[in-house]
Design a protein around this ligand. Structure first.
Ligand code: F6R
Length: 605
């Protein structure tokens, strides 16, 4: 759950590494560090806090060199401190390692290495890696790394440098992402492409078990036994500007405003002659399925919940849902005629990946709905729907969620066609609805100043209830999650009809609610639920359908979405949820893009 960057090339190593770490700060930001090889020596600088602290520390130091590795940390073992920050160094300060992942057998290794005289200076699992490499080191870093890796249990992406071999960075991966950006007389290694895009669009994705020796003019890729492998260089067509804020105050706001374009990109390449065709998923996989099982975490789980309503409503195929961290441990029944869907923005979430592997180990097929191209989940799934939302930097997921929803509509249409459950006419009608959504979202976004003013009333409350029914119940959950993660206000998402079974006890004049009450099958019932809240003096912000003037008298404030079939309404109602959460956090002056205790890519179970 950390970010790794390394550079070898000309004299700008430190700058490239620091800049790369800035792009990766979303992966963790409790401490940061850099190791530079210069004039036959290894220099290591580390600092607690965000990267800006490290930048202050090294501002006046001469670290100009052609090789460096750096790290931004999200603590797993050992509190955030200078001693626990990466890079970690060998006892003789000649080898340095940065690491993302968890070494599970570090206690045993630490004991063994301590007995042999290696001096441990931190409480981290990572430090065992550098001492283990040093223990094996005679005169060849590559061999020492390969031998050390054989003894490590757990997950890692590592980068290693030694002052004895200043012309190379050794990298390896097992279970945590790592890429090599291949440039002209320079190479960059990183946890993901946002750190390398500025320098090159050529990328090698390391697979689990692979090791590489990265020099300025060459990359030697090997398997875990040191056998050389061919380099598979991919071209990444993400625009560098997509990874920057483009004038928005926060990445989250930029990403919310990008959603109309994201939908267009998600649809792109998946519709031919008014028919959905996701090429990456074979008809064979979808043909005989009788059930669907969705596995995901957090916001991606909420997308899966909307997916359940979409698929069950339109195809009458039962859909079950699991939070990935629970799936593996409840001894799930895995059946061949069930389609397993894992949903993940990052494609690296450890819990989701573990669930995917569990399903595959039982011989069933898994399809991924994934944003990050080339990510582990995307590569290990039997088929993948790329959501094409572009890099999502804000820790709170917004545009990836909307792209996941669109992917569920498309998948439903594809299954429907293959299983002959959706007529051609209906498919065309639904595609048209999807194509209109970007414009409708644009119109909602134009109202952002009004939404900001409505959000003010929520800024200083202690607790907020979010309610919805049917396909908008997951949107209530998503609204509550967004709010709590970035504004630190307690929020709960509930089925509006469930309030009276307990949570209504929390309602009073100081506990407002946000209710989705759009036109559709549960409109009248939700309206009654809103009355129940109002009867307890609870104030309500209502998300309603344009033209519903009656509802104005019901709520404190009404936020309108254009008239739309209930089935597609989550694509619009969620925009208000995202903006409310954003503005509440922004008005409170909080660090919206990097909320406390969270990281963008959760690569530990
Ligand atoms: C919330 C959020 C998280 C992620 C979750 C899964 O805004 O971003 O809840 O949705 O950690 O991450 P992915 O989708 O990368 O598997």
């Amino acid at each position: 759950m950390c970010g790794i960057v390394g550079y070898i090339g000309d004299n700008k190593a430190k700058d490239v590494v620091i800049e790369g770490l800035e792009k990766l700060e979303y992966r963790g930001y409790d401490s940061a560090g850099i190791a530079v090889l210069k004039d036959g020596n290894l220099f290591v600088e580390r600092e607690v806090g965000k990267l800006s602290e490290l930048k202050n520390l090294i501002r006046n130091k001469d670290l100009m060199s052609n090789i460096a590795i750096g790290h931004t940390r999200w603590a797993t073992h050992g509190e955030p401190s200078v001693a626990n920050a990466h890079p970690h160094t060998s006892t003789g300060y000649d080898i340095a390692v940065v690491h993302n992942g968890i070494i599970e057998n570090f206690m045993e290794l630490r004991e063994m290495l301590s007995k042999k005289g290696h001096v441990f200076r931190s409480a981290t699992d990572t430090e065992t890696i550098v001492h283990l490499i040093a223990d094996y080191y005679i005169d060849n870093l590559e061999i020492a790394v390969i031998k050390a890796l054989e003894e490590l249990e757990g997950a890692y992406a590592i980068a290693v440098v030694s002052k004895h071999e200043p012309d190379r960075i050794i990298v390896a991966r097992k279970g945590s992402p790592l890429i090599i950006g291949v440039g002209e007389h320079e190479n960059i290694i990183a946890s993901d492409v946002t750190a390398t895009l500025k320098y090159t669009d050529k990328v090698v994705y390391l697979n689990d078990g692979e090791v590489a020796v990265v020099k300025a003019d060459s990359v030697k890729l090997m398997n875990s036994n040191g056998v050389e492998l061919p380099l598979d260089i991919k071209i990444v067509d993400w625009d560098i500007s997509a990874a920057e804020k483009l004038g928005y105050k926060h990445f989250m706001l930029k990403e919310i405003f990008e959603q109309p374009e994201v939908i267009i990109n998600t649809l792109r390449g998946k519709i031919y002659s008014e028919q959905v065709e996701i090429k990456e998923i074979s008809a064979e996989i979808l043909h005989g399925i009788k059930r669907v099982s969705v596995i995901a975490c957090g916001t991606s789980f909420h997308a899966g919940l909307v997916g359940k309503y979409i698929i069950e409503e339109e195809l009458r195929i039962p859909v079950s849902l699991d939070v990935a961290s629970e799936f593996r441990y409840r001894n799930p029944i895995i059946e061949e005629d069930t389609l397993y869907l894992v949903v993940s923005q990052s494609g690296e979430t450890a819990d989701t990946l573990a669930a995917l592997r569990e399903v595959k180990a039982h011989g069933a097929k898994v399809i991924g709905i994934v944003n990050v191209v080339g990510s582990t989940i995307a590569r290990e799934a039997n088929g993948v729907i790329y959501t094409n939302a572009g890099p999502e930097i804000g820790v709170a997921s917004t545009k990836a969620f909307i792209a996941q929803l669109v992917s569920f509509y498309l998948l439903m249409l594809q299954i429907g066609r293959i299983q002959e459950k959706i007529s051609k006419g209906k498919e065309r009608e639904y595609i048209k609805i999807l194509e209109k959504i970007p414009n409708q979202i644009e119109n909602i976004l134009k109202n952002h100043l009004y939404i900001q003013s409505v959000s003010k009333s929520l800024t200083f409350v202690k607790s907020i209830m979010y309610v919805g029914r049917n396909i908008n119940y997951p949107i209530a959950l998503e609204g509550a999650l967004k709010l709590k993660e970035i504004s630190y206000i307690h929020a709960e998402g509930y089925q509006a009809g469930e309030l009276k079974h307990g949570p209504i006890a929390l309602i009073d004049e100081f506990t407002p609610s946000v209710a989705v009450c759009v036109k559709g099958s549960t409109y009248a019932k939700t309206l009654s639920n809103i009355q129940e809240i109002k009867a307890r003096k609870g104030k309500v912000i209502i998300i309603a359908t344009e033209g519903d003037d009656k509802i104005k008298n019901e709520g404190m404030d009404v936020l309108y979405i254009p008239e739309i079939s209930e089935l597609f309404s989550p694509l619009l109602t969620v925009i208000y949820m995202q903006l409310i959460a954003y503005y509440v956090a922004e008005i409170k002056g909080l660090d919206v893009d990097k909320p406390r205790n969270l990281a963008k890519s959760v690569t530990v179970e």
